[in-house]
Design a protein around this ligand. Structure first.
Ligand code: GDP
Ligand code: ZN
Length: 452
């Protein structure tokens, strides 16, 4: 299908032990051959790893000692001939080999282009391609297994099933239109098509119900830990991390004063907002200003508000209590190992903790799980829909189907009904990447990393 052969560095750039340069396309093998000083990989069996050396064809100079995987179409990642060169991991060597491949006739791959080819060559559908991106960006065990299920085609299978059932309805309508001798249209719609449509509607709703949990599993719960200075925010964070052997998997500054970090706590991923503020023992409201903290609070799906049991409530405590009043919030009454001086009757529903005695953390975790109805998140057998694009499309398809159902109920002409039904079928197809526009495809795949 594609005339050109692409090449890209598939491993992270930096000084690793090895780097992998991937070449894909109809000339992948002959282009690589040009760097092998007469050796012919066409003679290698498919799906073998071959030891050898890369040479600069112009100077004859040896560039690196390598292992070369040869995989012939169609049983490869892109469904094209694929060669993967495992070289020593230095930036210089890796770039040099890529450069030589480009001189030998390959074109440098765009981000996500290998995966895009896998999709366009029909090896995976679009939902599966998007799962590959999710695997790369997975932040927790859950989001990883979710993504693996996606690559495995679970969502795709459910969507395909729905489409087949919709197609069945369309076929019934068409038969009715084509053979007017069965012209008791009304009877057919109410007795046959309506129950079928309702059944599909139920399936769509059921899958959509998994979206909330799916997105939480995928992206974590956006959490802000707030409280005035010295109440124990940093201690709480450390406790969450240490106690559950959680790891901070990613702390990357997005802007100078907002830092996000992910911690995995007992099967939950908390996507912490403004970790920097917490770490520096600074008070969120004072340090970054009321406007900014309001913004953080509005972005948060969960607020952990920490109060100090040992001291009476301050104005600032009251302000924070009020500010978070309507949010999903857990109030943490910390330092319960010390004398209680706080006005407990003024505080709604709180959890008592002592970071010193290591008490209350489990309770906290359980409340979070309860709050987000994550009772059975351990079970990855369930299929969750978690990709925002898929969710949006599924909602659209549901709306169309419901329009059709309404039309059936009031006895509209069957070809009017058919328009909405066909629309639902079409929209579901977009989840799988059917009839999807080039612009959207480019946008989706450009979010991938280079070499993927
Ligand atoms: P932050 O400013 O809100 O982040 O508060 P820190 O976590 O830095 O804690 C402030 C001080 O309170 C430190 O000296 C902690 O050791 C202490 N602290 C935190 N939690 C507790 C607790 O549960 N009991 C007692 N007694 N001290 C605590
Ligand atoms: Zn702190």
């Amino acid at each position: 299908m594609f005339q050109d052969t692409i090449a890209g560095i598939a491993t992270a750039m930096g000084e690793g032990a090895i780097s992998i340069i991937r070449v894909s396309g109809k000339d992948a093998i002959s282009i690589t051959n040009k760097l092998l000083n007469g050796r012919d990989l066409h003679k290698a069996q498919s799906h073998t790893i071959n030891y050898g050396f890369i040479y600069n064809p112009e100077t004859g100079e040896k560039v690196d000692e390598v292992l070369i995987s040869v995989m012939r179409a169609p049983r490869t990642f892109t469904a094209e001939d694929v060669v993967e060169i495992n070289c020593h991991g230095g930036i210089l060597v890796t770039n040099k080999i890529l450069e030589l491949l480009l001189v030998a006739g390959a074109r440098v791959a765009d981000p996500g282009e290998f995966t895009k080819r896998a999709f366009l060559n029909g090896r995976i559908d679009l939902a599966q391609a998007e799962s590959i991106m999710d695997i790369i960006h997975a932040k927790s065990e859950q989001s990883l297994s979710l993504a693996l299920n996606g690559l495995d085609g679970r969502i795709s299978r459910l969507i395909k099933e729905m489409r087949e059932e919709i197609l069945n309805i369309i076929a019934n309508i068409e038969v009715n239109i084509d053979y007017p001798e069965y012209d008791d249209v009304e009877e057919m719609t109410s007795e046959l098509l309506l129950p079928l449509s309702m059944k599909i509607r139920e399936k769509m709703i059921k899958l959509l119900e998994t979206a909330k949990t799916g997105q939480i599993l995928r992206d974590g719960i956006k959490t802000a830990i707030i409280g005035r200075p010295n109440v124990g925010k940093s201690s709480l964070l450390n406790q969450l991390m240490r106690e559950e052997k959680a790891i901070v998997t990613d702390i990357a500054g997005t802007t100078r004063d907002t830092v996000e970090g992910y911690i995995n706590v007992g099967g939950l991923t908390l996507n912490l907002i403004d970790t920097a503020g917490i770490r520096e023992t600074t008070d969120i409201v004072e340090a970054i200003g009321v406007e900014k903290s309001k913004k953080i609070l509005s972005e948060a799906q969960l607020i952990l508000l920490v109060l100090n049991n040992n001291e009476p409530l301050t104005d600032q405590d009251r302000q924070l209590l009020k500010l978070t009043d309507e949010k999903k919030r857990i109030i943490i009454l910390n330092k319960t190992d010390l004398e209680s001086n706080i006005e407990r009757n003024e505080i709604p529903n709180y959890i008592e903790t002592s970071m010193v005695l290591d008490e209350g953390i489990e309770l906290l975790e359980n409340s979070i799980k309860e709050m987000f109805e994550l009772g059975e998140i351990g079970s990855t057998d369930m299929t969750y829909i978690s990709n925002a694009r898929h969710i949006a499309k599924l909602k659209q398809a549901l709306t169309s189907l419901e329009d059709a159902i309404e039309a059936m109920k009031i006895g509209m002409l069957v070809d009017m009904v058919e328009i909405d039904i066909k629309n639902a079928w079409h929209i579901l197809g977009e989840i799988l990447g059917e009839d999807i526009g080039d612009a959207l495809l480019d946008e989706l795949f450009s979010k991938f990393c280079l070499g993927k």
